[in-house]
Design a protein around this ligand. Structure first.
Ligand code: GDP
Length: 444
């Protein structure tokens, strides 16, 4: 899958960061150097990498750690934010006109990029949205292209307009618009001819169509597998023809990811869709934020971060954090933390979101069961205040009394006391969960 190697490398960088309780400027510097190498190896444009690491560095240094996150998680958050902004932040839609107003889309790209396939995929998407598309065969140089478009058009239930391979593309395009008007078709998708390389004739053909037909959006199709070549092609088309957006195909392949990460920064043009396979349904809208999470492969650390931001009571968390540091965490605090975990969807859902928690989860299996969590709560509630704050005094007769009060077997009380010690250890391992360092600022 795309990004596999980049994801793996970034995960290694973050793993090292997360194992540190506190990050020095030097730690961040070393980590960013590794991030830089990983991006370059993923074939991301050199200038883009330089600008990217500079922005992350600036934000990482001199930023208070957000309450509820540890410094390692904070760096992940910054890298994530910068990746999202690198890819354009927002999802960009094709400028499809409402109602019956006609929209003309011109597809451009090198031969083999996936232009013809993508034109048919797009037609299917628009049809599903209630539009009436017309596909137009203007690739008069590749003999198979017209047939290919006709076959795919038929599969999609979309009409294909063709005048054979003897007419000029611009004349075919003009005639197609007339045809669409006559037949109340409201999106015209023009499949143009590609070439093996950037070529003056190809550029001129596209310019001719643009001059003679009112094109609402020129969409460039590029092959993600070609990495920086795809970016260079996009830059040339942007400068010479003018494009409105890019569709990146073959993202289902083994691409290193460089094109996806560089195109917006280099050309200023957004990625609109990504091709995820050869089937005509394999076209997905491009979401910079989802792509960033996928590249980071951080389980769902981002959702965890959002949950922490949304749910944990700040003062409670700070209080808890102080107690953890002083090591006087007791059953009263355990009770509070159980309530907090409940608010956040239970400990199972939290641990599941932490990458690499699988093994540790096994150790504390008893706690993951939500009903066990409720029994735990009733056991603690059966303790006296003194017992809760000083578990050391829990002898057999006290445990028996508590078991009766909670309606459980004494073995459960014993298990809880043991688990309590274990979870105390666990929480020490991830202090970020229970409150940030020195009560930093909230918000990015
Ligand atoms: P064109 O010359 O630009 O019109 O390219 P085609 O549409 O003929 O596509 C070239 C090849 O790429 C075909 O075999 C397509 O099936 C394949 N292709 C197109 N898009 C994708 C994609 O997103 N994923 C994969 N795996 N193959 C694709």
């Amino acid at each position: 899958m795309a990004f596999e190697s980049l994801t793996e490398k970034l995960q290694n960088v973050f793993k090292k960061l997360r194992s540190k309780g506190r990050l020095t400027e030097e730690d961040v510097k070393i980590a960013l150097k590794e991030v830089k190498m990983a991006l370059l190896e993923a074939d991301v444009n050199f200038k883009v990498v330089k600008q990217f690491t500079k922005s992350v560095q600036e934000r990482a240094v001199g930023q208070d750690v957000m309450n509820g996150l540890n410094p390692g998680q904070m760096v992940i958050k910054i890298v994530n934010d910068e990746l999202v902004s690198l890819m354009g932040s927002e999802t960009t839609e094709l400028p499809i006109k409402p109602g019956n107003d006609m929209t003309v889309i011109m597809m451009a790209g090198l031969q083999g990029a996936g232009k013809t396939t993508t034109a048919a995929k797009l037609a299917g998407k628009l049809k599903a949205k209630g539009k009436r598309p017309l596909l137009v065969a203007c690739d008069v140089y590749r003999p198979a292209a017209i047939t290919q478009l006709q076959v795919n058009g038929e599969k999609q239930g979309v009409e294909v307009f063709s005048m054979g391979d003897k007419q000029k593309p611009v004349d075919i395009a003009k005639a197609a618009i007339g045809h669409a008007k006559e037949h109340q078709q409201n999106v015209v998708i023009i499949d143009t001819a590609g070439r093996l390389h950037i070529d003056e004739n190809m550029m001129q053909e596209l310019a001719d169509i643009k001059e003679n037909v009112q094109v609402d959006a020129t969409v460039l199709v590029v092959d993600a597998m070609t990495g920086q070549d795809a970016v260079n092609v996009a830059k040339t088309f942007t400068d010479k023809v003018g494009i409105d957006g890019v569709i990146l195909t073959k993202m289902d392949g083994d691409t290193r990811g460089g094109a996806a990460l560089s195109i917006k920064a280099v050309t200023g043009k957004p990625i609109l869709y990504v091709g995820m396979g050869e089937k005509l349904t394999d076209l997905e809208q491009f979401y910079p934020d989802r792509m960033a999470s996928r590249i980071l492969g951080m389980g769902d650390v981002m959702s965890l971060i959002e949950k922490v931001e949304a749910s944990v009571d700040q003062e409670q968390a700070q209080e808890m954090s102080k107690k953890l540091k002083k090591m006087d965490f007791d059953f009263n605090d355990y009770l509070t933390s159980l309530d907090q975990m409940n608010k956040m969807g239970g400990i199972g859902s939290i641990l599941n979101m932490l990458p690499g928690m699988g093994a540790k989860m096994k150790d504390i299996e008893g706690m993951i069961d939500e009903s066990a969590m409720n029994r735990t709560k009733s056991i603690i509630l059966s303790m006296t205040i003194q017992e809760r704050s000083n578990p050391g005094i829990l002898n057999v007769s006290r445990k028996n009394r508590i078991a009766k009060g909670a309606g459980v077997d004494i073995s459960e009380v014993n298990r809880l006391v043991k688990q309590f010690e274990q979870s105390k250890k666990m929480m020490k391992q991830m202090p970020g969960m229970m409150g940030g360092k020195k009560g930093g600022k909230r918000g990015g």
